[in-house]
Design a protein around this ligand. Structure first.
Ligand SMILES: NC(=O)c1ccc[n+]([C@@H]2O[C@H](COP(=O)([O-])OP(=O)(O)OC[C@H]3O[C@@H](n4cnc5c(N)ncnc54)[C@H](OP(=O)(O)O)[C@@H]3O)[C@@H](O)[C@H]2O)c1
Length: 342
């Protein structure tokens, strides 16, 4: 594999930090590495591959000569930076939701739709973290028996919001345990010892934007424009890993045994399903792991063509940084870098 020049924007963030460690673990072939963040972080030194790399300002010039620009910043900042990086000739892998539904931007989970990368025009996107783990568990089943409808309730960790939310949970927990009063800042309500049925703004139809992402991104990644998805996305006081209770309706019945076999054979998925031994996926155990974990697979007692299951994954790894690196690896494997100037 040829070595690549890369720029990581948002290198100091929750995803950016995990990105740098996965890049090291997977020995991603890097020639020149430049790290960027907001003006607050310029001059900080971050350890990568045993070296200290200084954080630079995110200027248009930084992208010149880059093969890949990994961009892990808020959606508004991505909207500004992605076109600049693409115009400079970098292949952009964007973690935000800014461009995910654009028709000419591949939205890719490499285990599912790697061939979509063939049509990139300089910008690719990773899905929302709650979508990625759900499609990883449902796609192998969908190939065997098409899925008609998904009902999903999520239990999402604060790391899904970023470093400030992790700090908020820590500080509020301490304050409350010491008898004080929590002051919400990142979230509209106290998150410590609480459960918030509210992730991202409410839309006209009563769903939140996060819930709508689970519908539209699932359809795009799985090339299944008619799948129905009804999601309730919930923030819980957990640091790492999103958990999901999923009810899925197929065109034809599927047994739990068949589902377990299909899932166990799918790359990037591990089945943990021995309820009698108290073995099922847990957020605490999935943290720091690459796979998506599935368990509690059972017939949906309310639907003869349905299954119910529990899906857990590390939102910062497969939900973000790992998926982004896997996209870059796939681009190199398919020799698709040259296309970025199309
Ligand atoms: N967290 C997840 O599980 C997850 C999963 C999938 C996708 N995503 C997406 O990934 C993106 C990053 O999320 P995160 O959780 O890593 O957020 P985060 O922890 O808040 O990190 C944000 C990063 O953006 C940088 N930044 C802020 N303003 C900037 C500017 N003007 N120019 C350049 N860099 C700037 C910050 O730098 P400073 O440190 O200098 O402020 C920081 O490095 C978001 O779009 C998010 O939706 C996140």
């Amino acid at each position: 594999m040829r070595k690549a020049n890369i720029v990581v924007v948002g290198a100091t963030g929750a995803v950016g930090q995990v990105f740098l460690s996965i890049m090291e673990e997977r020995r991603f072939p890097v020639d020149r590495l430049r790290l960027c963040a907001s003006p607050r972080s310029v001059g900080k030194r971050l350890k990568v591959n045993g070296m200290e790399v200084e954080v630079e300002a995110t200027t248009p010039e930084i992208f010149e000569g880059a093969d890949f620009a990994f961009i892990s910043v808020s959606t508004n900042i991505s909207r500004q930076l992605v076109p600049i990086a693409a115009r400079a000739g970098a292949l952009v892998i964007d973690d935000s939701s800014a461009f995910r539904l654009e028709p000419d931007v591949p939205l890719v989970v490499p285990e599912i739709n790697p061939e979509d990368l063939e049509h990139h025009r300089g910008v690719t996107a990773i899905p929302n973290c709650s979508t990625t783990q759900m499609v990883m568990a449902l796609y192998p089943l969908h190939k065997a028996s098409p899925i008609k409808r998904i009902i999903v309730d999520t239990y999402q960790a604060v790391s899904g919001t970023g470093t400030l939310a992790m700090q908020e949970l820590r500080e509020q927990s301490r304050t409350l345990l010491d008898g004080g009063t929590a002051k919400p800042s990142v979230y509209p309500h106290q998150i410590a010892f609480n459960v918030l049925p509210h992730i991202e703004p409410f839309m006209e139809d009563g769903y939140t934007r996060e819930e709508q992402k689970m519908l539209y991104e699932t359809r795009k990644i799985m090339h299944a424009p008619n799948i129905a998805v009804s999601a309730t996305c919930v923030r819980v006081p957990v640091y790492m890993c999103h958990s999901e209770a999923v009810h899925v309706e197929f065109e034809h019945p599927m047994s739990p045994e068949e589902a377990r076999e299909l899932l166990a054979a799918f790359p990037g998925v591990t089945v943990i399903d021995e309820p009698s031994a108290n073995r099922y996926p847990l957020a605490w155990q999935a943290a720091g792991k690459d796979d998506v974990f599935v368990g509690r697979i059972r017939r949906d007692s309310s639907n003869p063509n349905g299954l119910a299951m529990w899906i857990v994954s590390d939102n910062l790894r497969k939900g973000a940084a790992l998926n982004a690196i896997q996209i870059a690896e796939e681009v190199l494997k398919r020799d698709l870098l040259a296309r970025r100037r199309v």
